[in-house]
Design a binder for this molecule. Structure first.
Ligand SMILES: [Mn+2]
Length: 345
């Protein structure tokens, strides 16, 4: 956590008179970005501030239950409104991203901002400087850090009501892959506190994960039957989707969420990927088991980043070329990783 004196500044600023606060989250917002923003929004509104949430792109369907999300400003559709909200803001909070690349065009307006800035994030090596930073790569999620911010910086445990608990839980649940990675004793203590605040975890779990449409299940079937590749020698498997698949299955933002986890269900897999043909680029999502650090792979070969076991990047394509380059990258990378793990074990 940041030094106490800075924490006191933020506390004074946020517990004083009414302010215009802007919460910014990254493109393709996930449960952590959304949960963090809307938990903080609720708390800041309850202490009298006017709060706007902005994001470059729209929120996924399975978060439509979040109170106030219909008012989120979307940069792709409302760039001028986003710009105005940046001008108006006295405080801007960057949530769940560590580089301005994640907010695309919105970043250019920030140069015109006069606001006090706050960064709350858990990605490694932040490239963003803010007046107050709560940046902890060991935290499970930004939502966990927002929880601690409310408790220890704002010093307002009393504001953790059921709705805030649900939003914090949504962030933790999704960013830990349902409590599989980055868990800690501290995290489970927080979970206990959220339950005490009235969290109905099964209700939120169902809203997020058991709310598919028929097309989603058919897409999973298609992806596993026709678009699944297994490279046994590299203990790697992946799914790819081309533009025709996007049309045929009416794939919208968020619809491919979770597909990258299916190859991980094979017992011998250490690395999994989802490679998707987007409008102007090929997107690569990566997952790994144990010490295999896909952040390195994303950074070195695909101009991306993320976390040790979950990362992503981009490639110029075309799709066949991406898959060829991915194979070369994996061959080099996995061989090196296997050598390392042998020499250390
Ligand atoms: Mn996150």
């Amino acid at each position: 956590m940041t030094e106490g004196s800075q924490g006191n500044d933020v506390k004074a600023l946020l517990t004083g008179d009414k302010k215009h606060v802007l919460l910014l989250i990254h493109r393709n917002p996930d449960g952590d970005a959304i949960g963090s923003a809307y938990a903080l929004r609720r708390v800041l509104r309850r202490i009298g501030h006017e709060v706007t949430v902005a994001c470059p792109s729209d929120y996924p369907f399975n978060f439509r239950w979040v109170e106030g999300i219909d008012k989120m400003l979307v940069g792709d559709r409302q760039p001028q409104k986003v710009r105005q909200s940046i001008h108006r803001a006295q405080i801007i909070v960057y949530l769940d991203f560590n580089t301005f690349q994640r907010i695309d065009g919105i970043a250019q307006y920030l140069e015109e901002a006069a606001a006090y800035t706050i960064l709350i994030d858990h990605h490694k090596e932040p490239l963003i400087r803010a007046d107050f930073q709560l940046s902890e790569p060991d935290a499970s999620s930004t939502a966990e850090l927002v929880y601690r911010f409310i408790l220890h910086v704002l010093d307002r445990a009393d504001l953790i009501d059921r709705a805030v608990a649900e939003l914090i839980y949504a962030g933790i649940l999704t960013d830990t892959g349902k409590f599989r990675h980055n868990t800690s004793a501290r995290l489970f203590r927080i979970m206990a506190e959220l339950k005490t605040a009235g969290l109905d975890d099964l209700k939120i779990f169902d809203l997020i994960y058991n709310s598919l449409q028929e097309k989603h299940l058919r897409l999973i079937g298609h992806a596993l039957h026709n678009r699944f590749v297994h490279w046994q020698e590299y203990r790697t498997a992946f799914i790819y989707l081309n533009k025709d698949d996007y049309r045929q299955f009416d794939i919208k933002r968020g619809d491919t969420e979770g597909l990258v986890n299916y190859p991980m269900m094979l017992s011998d897999i250490i690395l999994s990927a989802l490679i998707t043909e987007q409008q102007n680029t090929i997107k690569i999502s990566l997952r790994s088991k144990g010490d295999v650090d896909v952040q390195q792979l994303a950074k070195r070969y695909f101009n991306g980043g993320g976390h040790k076991n979950a990362a992503g990047g981009y490639h110029q394509g075309p799709l066949e070329q991406t898959i060829n380059d991915f194979r070369r990258a994996v061959a080099e990378f996995v061989t090196a990783q296997m050598k390392n793990s042998k020499s250390t074990s």
